[in-house]
Ligand binder design. Structure first.
Ligand SMILES: [Zn+2]
Length: 220
């Protein structure tokens, strides 16, 4: 039987994401000290932390899901702000209207739709979905330059992969402390495809399109 995500599982993933984001931020600060400023390093830490909980978007359970959608309802409108600035004057009244409308749309109709169409441990628990999240992170940070975009993508990928690995580790029970016994959920997180062909096809299509777009942006 597949595992049900509870708050203790959520905390584990939160800590895993914080460790992943913290490692990417610390690694960047140590090995490339002039590359990013402290605010950007903080954003890397937060991005990794979000990546650490993002695959549980498909969990359908109360509090973790509401926290995730709360975060997404901030991040998604931020991602489109730069594009909207070409068509609208960014005033306080525009920002209030824009963010409040996005908050309600994402937290209610979009959340309800995601709950309805996703299956726990479906395609959102997979390596291509982690890549897609990393690509989204790249596009969010691209206005700050290629270095920040790449670091943001790496941090998101690290957070998501940490989540998948933790889920797989949770599928192993150690009998007598030394004999591994695998639960039925083994292999349902760190995988390349789901049982739904259409969901798998859609994720690979989006990741392919995202990859082409990123290569265009990185081209000199
Ligand atoms: Zn999970």
């Amino acid at each position: 039987m597949l595992c049900v995500i509870n708050m203790s599982g959520f905390r584990t993933h939160l800590i895993g994401g914080m460790a992943a984001g913290g490692a990417v931020a610390a690694g960047t600060a140590i090995f490339k000290p002039a590359l990013l400023d402290p605010v950007q390093l903080s954003a890397l830490f937060i991005t990794g932390t979000i990546g650490g909980i993002l695959p549980d978007l498909d969990s359908d359970t109360g509090k973790p899901l509401s926290i995730l959608f709360g975060l997404i309802s901030i991040l998604v409108p931020v991602a489109f702000l730069e594009d909207l600035a070409q068509y609208f004057t960014i005033t306080p009244e525009f920002l209030v209207t824009y963010f409040v409308i996005c908050y309600f749309i994402i937290n209610f109709p979009v959340c309800a739709a995601v709950k309805k169409i996703t299956v726990h441990r479906g395609i959102m628990h997979s390596i291509p979905f982690a890549v897609l999240c990393a690509q989204a992170s790249f596009f969010i940070f691209m206005p700050s330059g290629k270095s920040m975009a790449m670091a943001g993508a790496v941090s998101m990928l690290a957070g998501c992969i940490t989540h998948l690995v933790l889920d797989e580790l949770n599928s192993i029970v150690w009998k007598f402390g030394c004999i591994p016994v695998f639960k039925n959920s083994i292999g349902s997180a760190l995988k390349f495809k789901s049982s739904s062909l259409s969901a798998t096809f859609l994720i690979y299509l989006l990741a392919g399109l995202g990859g082409v777009h990123i290569l265009n942006q990185l081209a000199p």
